[in-house]
Design a protein around this ligand. Structure first.
Ligand code: PEP
Ligand code: MN
Length: 269
């Protein structure tokens, strides 16, 4: 049976989230904090990120944390804060949906849904998202093969939603220096195997802020259509993922150093 995600000839799809097109010549930057923490945080970040050339604002409202005692996100309030900050800055927003019961609410507030690594094979959620036409960023499961990842995308596509963007976010290996091992080969591989746009997340892919810039360059060189990068105004005080978060100033440097790489592979920022 022919798969919807397969790439016949040289087809490359584009996905539009709000006014932002993913999969065109331009590399899309998705940035924001791991978690929405407050209105003041989101508004100030949204405004500075817009100035830096970010195309989509991110922020988690429901956080799937390893420990049930860690900050779980602000939930509905976080979603409303994120949406309002996006409106104030003129940026579409993406946020993770962890529960199929929240889907309608999240679709109301966010131009793009995120399916997180831990939910990549939540087939009930995938099918339900597939019944809408809402753009979705499908993160790779931390222990998922490329085939399993593409088949998860197929669940959404098969229900009729063509607006799927893949996101490589690192996989579990024996290496412990980095939080995950960023699978750059997977970026190039899925670009060849499917017509879907591909985004790379060097923040979760490495877990270390000093590795975000080099891995962002590597991902763009390998063909990524966009980058997802975690940014916090005060990473030392972040309620989640501080060690991998950049300040807005550091993000601006990443962007400056990315520009020649993008140009070298026929892309712009
Ligand atoms: C996130 O983007 O903050 C996140 C939880 O990512 P992942 O699902 O890739 O761990
Ligand atoms: Mn995070």
């Amino acid at each position: 049976m022919a798969l919807v995600m397969a790439r016949p000839e040289d087809q490359c799809s584009t996905v539009r989230a709000g006014g932002c097109v993913i999969g065109g010549r331009r590399i899309v930057l998705i940035a924001g904090p791991c978690a929405v923490e407050s209105w003041e945080q989101m508004l100030s970040l949204a405004l500075v990120l817009k100035e830096t050339g970010v195309g989509i604002l991110r922020g988690g409202a429901w956080k799937p944390r390893t420990s049930p005692y860690s900050f779980q996100g602000l939930g509905r309030e976080g979603l409303e804060i994120l949406a309002e900050a996006g409106r104030a800055a003129g940026l579409p927003v993406v946020t993770e949906v962890t529960d199929v019961r929240d889907l309608d609410l999240v679709m109301e507030h966010a131009a793009m849904l995120q399916v997180g690594s831990r939910n990549m094979q939540n087939f009930v959620l995938l099918r339900e998202i597939g019944r809408s036409r809402h753009p979705v960023l499908l993160k790779r499961g931390m222990s998922a093969t490329i085939e399993e990842w593409l088949m998860a995308a197929e669940y959404i596509l098969a229900e009729g939603n063509p607006n799927v963007v893949l996101c490589e976010r690192g996989i579990r290996t024996f290496e412990s220096h980095t939080r995950n091992t960023m699978d750059i080969a997977a970026v190039a591989a899925v670009k060849g195997l499917s017509h879907l746009p591909v985004v790379a997340d060097p923040s979760h892919g490495t877990g270390r802020r000093e590795l975000v810039a080099p891995l962002a360059r590597a991902a763009v060189a390998a063909g990524a259509d966009g980058l997802m990068i975690e940014v916090h105004t005060d990473p030392g005080r972040a309620l989640s993922d501080g060690p991998q978060s950049l300040t807005p100033g550091a993000l601006a440097e990443v962007v400056a150093r990315l520009t020649p790489v993008a140009r070298a592979v026929g892309r712009s920022l």
